[in-house]
Design a protein around this ligand. Structure first.
Ligand SMILES: Nc1ncnc2c1ncn2[C@@H]1O[C@H](COP(=O)(O)OP(=O)(O)O)[C@@H](O)[C@H]1O
Ligand SMILES: [Mg+2]
Length: 202
């Protein structure tokens, strides 16, 4: 199975992806935990180009090409080989993040995102957990976290709220694979919701 975690910054994706991967591994499942942008050597190099530096470092179109190039490398070098070897892949962000970020926050590039995706990626996860949290909680959790990857973190509350709506709209667009998970409450509570949704989907 190929599982992705999506949602706004600070929603708890990385925390829950890690926890699900650890729980499944304990049960004996071979798991590959990976992330985007990144997840392969080349894609991790591209990650630095897109997440560090000035907010206006790239045009929206160039940025979209960089994200797509990173995803293609990640798919070729990491995701496909793992799935072929019988592992489950748990991925912290995948194409839905591009649909929302480049579609909502970088001018309306959604049509271009979809065309590039069809051309260069062409696969979707089997299951996508959209961790849903109110914009304010997400922003305060994200701002409390240290790190140099700040290019996308100063969007502010209105944009964070629009991106939350963008993820919820995607869940309606792709009801077959997307499950909206309430991201409020402590980590254990959210992890239990993820496990219940996985159990129901299997
Ligand atoms: N349920 C939770 N309650 C409180 N804090 C949380 C919860 N889940 C994650 N956090 C903390 O909030 C911050 C953002 O979580 P993270 O998993 O990195 O979010 P994301 O990957 O979606 O940006 C981290 O410091 C994390 O430890
Ligand atoms: Mg994260």
């Amino acid at each position: 199975m190929f599982i992705s975690f999506e949602g706004i910054d600070g929603s708890g994706k990385s925390t829950q992806a890690r926890r699900l991967a650890a729980a499944l591994a304990t049960e004996g499942q071979e798991i590959l935990l990976t992330r985007e942008p990144g997840g392969s050597r080349g894609a991790e190099e591209i990650r630095r180009l897109v997440l560090e530096g000035e907010p206006d470092r790239w045009s929206p179109e160039t940025e979209l090409l960089l994200f797509t190039a990173a995803r293609r490398d990640h798919l070729e070098r990491t995701i496909r080989p793992a799935l072929a070897a019988g592992q489950w892949v748990v991925c912290d962000r995948f194409a839905d993040s591009t649909r929302v970020y480049q579609g909502v926050s970088r001018g309306d590039l959604r049509a271009m995102v979809d065309r590039l995706h069809d051309l260069m990626i062409g696969v979707e996860p089997d299951l996508t957990f959209i961790i849903d949290i109110d914009a304010e909680t997400g922003l305060s959790r994200a701002r409390a976290r240290p790190g140099a990857e700040q290019r996308f973190e100063d969007f502010g509350l209105p944009l964070q709220a629009r991106m939350r709506e963008g993820f919820l709209a995607l869940a309606r667009e792709f009801p077959g694979r997307c499950r909206v998970i309430d991201g409020s409450g402590d980590e254990d509570a959210v992890a239990a919701r993820v496990r219940a949704a996985l159990g129901a989907a299997e």
